[in-house]
Design a protein around this ligand. Structure first.
Ligand code: TNX
Length: 725
């Protein structure tokens, strides 16, 4: 007995020195005491309320106490108490020597209290294998969220994600008190939900690649790939999320972004012959549902009714973004509809379409949510929830029109964007890391406090076009890397930034405590790279996060631990990174590492050039150029230099940067020293070929080994040539 007491005392002492209370998102108020609760195998979990019973079971997965009781013993218990008088999702958490008590008036409040409790425990709790005794710092927490909607969106249409991976994601976001999961289930590139009355939608629309009905767009087309969720799967996800206080909001993206639906049901297209078929393969690339065909509303009702029945959420996201209006304008019936009413603006027709869908949804008890474009026509019903993605300004505009508005401007919250210039990810919405997400500030964006009070909440999407070229569902690490810790900042914003507005304070909470939690959750989150300074012939490196700095040079495969400034006259030779618990930050280096040669270059090809993006453009080293057609097996692109180029690395690009499209999927790179005899040196990887320490290059040639179907043009980039040291 004495021994146990001693070890408990030791644990308590250790806990006091090590445990700064650093909760993410920061609670509204937290009073620390000079005592602690010690969780033991004999601790009882007390839960008298039926409503909270799933929470007791949930908590038991993390804290290995065996007993659940409806009545509290004298001491040594953790209680979940249903008490009147708390606001929605609000809770108090009280930790004293005798007990831990979480009190709330609703399920969400108690769930939020549990998340705070987990964060007061050693981070090991997230492995579900925490050893006891474990110490909880004595404190009183009073807390509630500022915003009712704290969301995350996952695009499973561009890249399918298995049900298991979706469930894992739900855990990750729940740990951060995110309470909405917006599930982007359909898009041009895939239909991911079983519809029993229209089984082909998922069976055919859920797959793309060679010979399938869908255009094999976004990068991979050497085989058929994709997937969908059965209705059983969907129910499982919804139930799993509900236990974790997460409402799942389905999205069926209409009337644009509907290529998958329209390949399965071409009769839903507008009545005109498409004269812009995707060359090679004759894929019809139209993606807008005809708004004036009465029969379409019948099919849509059959589909939507099934989806409505699967999701208890009162909201149903019906898309409304990026409708390619020219398709309606070419349609005799849609254009006549506009003309008859004296409209030229396609958004007026979108208003009509959305209001028809709204009527359908109303029959099934649902309110529509839409992307901001659907609010542009002026006719959208005021009950519709609008997801503002274009910019903070557009968010404000729709909010001022009276729509409940979710803030998700791309410049702050699109987690598919790369986090720095040389990392993978999209770039059209900017390039930013967690610090920028955290910096979102209503006042800076011109909002008054009264206006802020009307904001419903925040959401961050992960759009998955880029995911595919990073390995897709087999490399779930990539989405995690893109999402965390950026999502921590989103959670903080949604909760109300109770830590104030200080980046340093929030950042410290992250690296001092929360990184350990995320590591134990099993998340592959991004470590911030160190900074590099070169002064007086010395390279000095400073870390930003916790961790150890390593480096390598171009001379060998060896990895070194950084232990002080490095004297060198070739600073660019060194690449540094920071490692923490097995995770690696992106590499950083002195700017001279990225200097490139830009010799005169001439591009020719077996494929004709696009008149607007002619091959000449390559020689500016600023523009990408484009072919006028897709490529066939044997097609080539030739780069010729005036003199043989001596370099330490050469890279040749096809495709749109980052997004895997418009590229030569299967092919290789040949180089030639004399411009006559070529040697094959590398295969294309998602359109890109690299060669290290090549012979002098007089000419380089990319050769396609398969016909490209799936994109109608090939993009060509300027070669990237790194000089010898
Ligand atoms: C824009 S945001 C889209 C998506 C893309 C995303 C890529 C929105 C409503 N539409 O279809 O996936 O950009 O970042």
């Amino acid at each position: 007995m004495k021994k146990i007491l001693l070890s408990v005392a030791a644990v308590v002492a250790a806990a006091y020195s090590a445990l700064a209370v650093a909760i993410v998102p920061q609670p509204q108020s937290i009073d620390k005491h000079q005592n602690a609760f010690v969780l033991l195998p004999s601790t009882t979990l007390v839960c008298a309320s039926e409503e909270f019973a799933p929470l007791a079971a949930y908590l038991q997965e993390y804290i290995p106490v065996k007993y659940i009781s409806k009545v509290a013993p004298k001491r040594n218990y953790v209680a979940l108490s249903l008490v009147e008088g708390y606001d929605k999702e609000a809770y108090t958490l009280s930790v004293s020597r005798d007990r831990v008590e979480i009190s709330a008036s609703d399920y969400g409040g108690a769930f939020n209290g549990i998340q705070t409790l987990l964060q007061l425990l050693p981070s090991e709790v997230y492995t579900k294998q925490m050893s006891l005794p474990a110490v909880v710092r004595g404190c009183d927490v009073t807390d509630k969220p500022k915003f009712a909607y704290r969301g995350f969106m996952l695009d499973v249409a561009r890249t399918f994600m298995t049900k298991e991976n979706v469930l894992r994601y739900i855990d990750y976001i729940a740990y951060h008190k995110i309470n909405k999961f917006h599930w982007h289930l359909t898009d041009n590139q895939g239909w991911r939900i079983e519809i029993k009355s229209h089984p082909d939608l998922a069976k055919k629309g859920g797959f793309r690649g060679d010979g399938s009905l869908l255009r094999p767009s976004l990068g991979r087309w050497t085989d058929i790939y994709g997937g969908y969720y059965t209705q059983e799967d969907i129910r499982e996800v919804v139930a799993y999320a509900a236990v974790r206080n997460i409402e799942v909001i389905p999205e069926v993206d209409l009337p644009g972004h509907s290529e998958a639906l329209l390949r399965v049901y071409p009769e839903m297209l507008c009545d005109y012959t498409n004269d812009e078929l995707d060359i090679n393969g004759n894929y019809d690339n139209r993606n807008v549902v005809c708004a004036t065909k009465e029969s379409n509303y019948k099919i849509l009702e059959e589909i939507l009714a099934e989806v409505c029945a699967l999701f208890p959420s009162p909201f149903f996201h019906i898309g409304g973004d990026e409708v390619r209006m020219e398709q309606w304008k070419k349609c005799p019936n849609c254009s006549a509809w506009l003309k008859k009413r004296g409209y030229t603006d396609g958004y007026k027709l979108e208003d009509m379409f959305i209001s028809r869908i709204q009527d359908i949804l109303a029959k099934y008890g649902k309110t529509p949510a839409v992307w901001n474009e659907a609010a542009f026509g002026g006719g959208l019903d005021k009950s519709a929830r609008v997801h503002g993605w274009k910019s903070p300004k557009v968010c404000k505009q729709v909010m001022m029109k009276g729509y409940p508005t979710i803030f998700m401007p791309q410049q702050f919250f699109y987690f598919d964007m790369a986090q720095s210039k040389r990392e993978a990810g999209a770039s059209w919405g900017g390039c930013f890391d967690v610090r920028k997400v955290y910096s979102f500030d209503f006042a800076k964006e011109g909002f008054t406090p009264e206006e802020v009070a009307c904001v419903e909440g925040f959401e961050a999407p992960y759009w998955s076009e880029v995911f595919l070229s990073q390995g897709g569902d087999k490399n779930i690490d990539f989405i995690e890397y893109q999402t965390f810790p950026r999502l921590c900042a989103l959670a903080e914003l949604g909760w109300g930034k109770n830590g104030g507005n200080e980046w340093e304070e929030f950042h410290k909470r992250l690296y001092s405590r929360h990184y350990d939690r995320m590591a134990d959750m099993g998340l592959n989150f991004r470590i911030t790279p160190p900074t590099v300074k070169y002064e007086g012939g010395k390279l000095s490196i400073e870390k930003i996060d916790n961790g150890t700095i390593y480096y390598r040079t171009d001379d060998s495969e060896k990895i070194y631990k950084y232990s002080g400034a490095i004297a060198t006259d070739k600073p660019g030779k060194y690449a540094f990174w920071c490692e923490y618990r097995g995770l690696k930050s992106p590499e950083v280096a002195h700017s001279s590492r990225y200097k490139t040669l830009q010799p005169n270059v001439k591009v020719t090809s077996s494929m004709p050039e696009d008149p607007k993006y002619g091959y000449d453009g390559v020689s500016t080293y600023k523009k990408r150029v484009m072919t006028a057609c897709t490529c066939k097996k044997g097609d080539w692109i030739l780069f010729e230099f005036d003199e043989p180029i001596v370099c330490r690395q050469a890279e040749f690009y096809t495709g749109r940067y980052n997004v895997p499209s418009g590229l030569i999927r299967v092919g290789y790179l040949e180089i030639s020293e004399d411009g006559v005899n070529f040697e094959r040196v590398a295969d294309l990887n998602y359109g890109i070929a690299k060669v290290v320490n090549p012979r002098p290059i007089k000419a380089a040639r990319i050769v396609a080994e398969r016909d490209v179907v799936g994109s109608s043009k090939v993009w060509i980039g300027a070669p990237i040539l790194y000089p010898k040291w």
